[in-house]
Write a protein that binds this ligand. Structure first.
Ligand code: SAM
Length: 310
């Protein structure tokens, strides 16, 4: 219960009862006002309509699993030998193998390749060999998004870069009909004073190019600026899906500080680099952050970390 104390100056003798009501209403509004509301340019869909537009599960092929071999990987002393060894292992192993993105496994269902709407969204957005190699990471995002699109709240990616991750998710879930606001934050250029490394496409013109990429998607709001400062007055109140991919601990923790409380119960957070030892300072900082809030980050074999908001 809230109790409102009115001082005599607020309710002076000259005001009428109806004026008092207006003043009281204004005070109550001000008390509960958060950061300025940003209007959504898309019409919110009813739950039943969202369910109708979800991608359908493709009929499975029995007794056969797809394979994925894309020798893009990092952190080895002799890449050629790694490819030779991986090929030898795959030749000895059951089908359903995956070799890419520092991740060799076999005897898997390779679900992402069974899911035709996903394959289409992923293939149509490929821009680099790295995009191609991280298919399993993209499918984790797509499955998280499938869940989160049915919740209240917007979608957010911190570290939008070329927008491939955002667009793959959107195209999986309706393309131009995607029923949520999707906020993408990035500096779109490299600042050598920061801890994250430069990306190949960083530089002048990147922001404009990525904005043009989303010209047909009014639900995408791309915001150029430094995280966390950029969130001020430029951030949704409620978040269902949060993907953080900044390659550096301070900015990721700052993003958590600002955004995690805005996540709705059941919302999903994916930390792109959490389980990569190259980015160990991120895991260490994030573990401490989540430990204080009694959460455990679920490390995925893709190198991502997953948290479900309570
Ligand atoms: C690995 S890229 C993101 C890739 C993208 N998520 C994808 O799936 O393709 C990391 C991005 O984080 C951005 N970044 C890092 N620190 C930042 C900060 N403090 N503020 C804004 N952007 C930042 C970089 O500019 C870079 O483009």
């Amino acid at each position: 219960m809230f109790v409102i104390f009115c001082t005599p100056t607020t309710f002076c003798f000259k005001t009428t009862p109806s004026k008092n009501r207006m003043i009281l209403t204004r005070i109550i509004r001000q008390m509960f006002r958060k950061s300025p509301r940003v209007r959504t340019p898309i019409k919110a869909l009813a739950q039943a309509d969202i369910i109708k537009m979800l991608p359908k599960l493709s009929p499975p092929v029995h007794n056969a699993c797809a394979n994925f071999f894309m020798p893009v990987f990092w952190e080895t002393s002799n890449p050629e030998s790694v490819v030779t060894s991986a090929t030898e292992i795959i030749n000895l192993a059951a089908s359903g193998h995956h070799f890419a993105d520092n991740f060799l496994t076999w005897g898997r269902n390779m679900s992402m390749l069974d899911d035709h709407p996903f394959r289409q969204a992923w293939e149509s957005n490929l821009e680099s060999v790295s995009d191609e190699a991280i298919i399993w990471r993209r499918y984790v995002l797509a499955c998280a998004a499938y869940h989160c699109v049915q919740l209240q709240g917007d979608f957010v990616e911190c570290g939008a870069y070329t927008g491939v991750g955002i667009k793959t998710v959107i195209d999986y879930l309706g393309g131009v009909e995607f029923p949520k606001m999707f906020w993408g934050y990035d500096m779109f250029e490299h600042d050598p004073s920061m801890l994250n490394h430069a990306m190949p496409e960083h530089g002048e013109g990147l922001y404009e190019r990525i904005k043009n990429k989303f010209a047909a998607y009014p639900q995408v709001r791309l915001i150029k600026g430094f995280i966390p400062n950029v969130f001020e007055n430029n951030c949704p109140d409620r978040i269902a899906y949060l993907h953080i991919d900044l390659n550096q601990a301070p900015a990721e923790v700052a993003a958590l500080d600002y955004l995690f409380d805005r996540m709705v119960p059941g919302g999903i957070l994916i930390l792109d680099d959490y389980e990569w030892s190259t980015y160990r300072p991120q895991k260490i900082a994030e573990d401490q952050w989540f430990e204080a809030r009694h959460y455990r980050v679920m490390p995925l074999p893709t190198g991502q970390g997953l948290v479900i908001k309570r």
